[in-house]
Design a protein around this ligand. Structure first.
Ligand code: SIN
Ligand code: MN
Length: 280
């Protein structure tokens, strides 16, 4: 371990772009060795039979793995990366902890879509998260292009509240499998999303493996089936403000982090994040 990696504080321009659009690239990139190490851990975890590993419908194809920072030392080091922690604290304001960690594998030809939705609908309705004072960091572990199911966001939609919430049923909560499957419990009506996109546009989150992107819990987003020959693994870390921790979450701990103590930044020499001067 060393402590020699301080690479700058979050700029006001970056913060205001995030606040305005609800999504923005972050000017850093994990190097190839870091990405390769993360890919190897993802492959190892995906081969395990454990509740954190979720498959595509009626299939052995792994759709996603969850909560890996709780049991894998590389993923645990990743969430403590000083620059990620600094960015999260700066974008949210105040100390943060890890609310959620997942890798959506989006396997070549078999990875299924994510319908239009807002993450905060799940966190508000299922966990009673008080406010959307959290941030998602997306780190692709494969190159993301237009054909392998990139994340698509509607800029500015994070300021519009939650859309199309279902009536609360008598028994509280839905099956958590409907929070990680193609058949999501909380979706934004497709017609509404298309109208929003016609007015505000759509941004495709493209980028090379190891790149870094932030998006807001309330932004309307989706991604399509992967019909290409290229996998699109996307690692997602959600940091939540410590002051915004749900009081009594009931969903599995691999979907809702229970350790709400402020995360301590720690450099790990296996994970190198470099500034990118030209994001292209
Ligand atoms: C995806 O992996 O394409 C969807 C990610 C998300 O909905 O947060
Ligand atoms: Mn989402």
């Amino acid at each position: 371990m060393s402590t020699t990696t301080v690479i700058g504080r979050t700029s006001p321009e970056l913060k205001s772009a995030y606040e305005k659009d609800g999504s923005c690239p972050l000017p850093y990139r994990f190097d190839d060795d870091s990405v390769e190490l993360l890919r190897r851990r993802v492959a190892d975890i995906s081969a395990q039979r454990r509740p954190e590993v979720v498959h595509e419908k009626d299939s052995d194809v792994v759709r996603a793995i969850h909560g890996c920072h709780e049991f894998d030392d590389v993923c645990a080091a990743l969430v403590r990366h000083p620059q990620l922690v600094e960015l999260a604290e700066s974008l949210i304001g105040g100390p943060v902890y890890v609310y959620q960690f997942k890798v959506n594998l989006k396997q070549a030809r078999e990875g299924a879509a994510w319908p239009w939705h807002q993450d905060y609908a799940f966190w508000s309705e299922e966990d009673a998260m008080p406010r959307p004072d959290a941030v998602n960091f997306a780190i692709p572990l494969d190159d993301v292009h237009e054909e392998n199911g990139p994340l698509v966001v509607i800029p500015g939609s994070h300021t519009m509240g939650l859309f199309d919430l279902p009536e609360k049923s008598a028994e509280s909560g839905s099956d958590w499998r409907q929070h990680v499957s193609n058949d999501l419990a909380y979706t934004v009506d497709a017609g509404r999303a298309e109208r929003l996109a016609a007015e505000h546009g759509k941004d495709l989150i493209l980028g090379g493996a190891g790149s870094l992107h932030a998006f807001h819990p309330s932004i309307v987003h989706s991604s399509s089936n992967n019909r290409s020959a290229d996998r699109r693994a996307l690692l997602l870390i959600t940091y939540n403000a410590v002051a915004n921790a749900p009081a009594n979450p009931t969903r599995p701990a691999f979907l809702v982090g229970r350790d709400t103590t402020p995360i301590t930044a720690l450099h790990d020499e296996r994970l190198t994040l470099r500034p990118v001067s030209d994001l292209g």
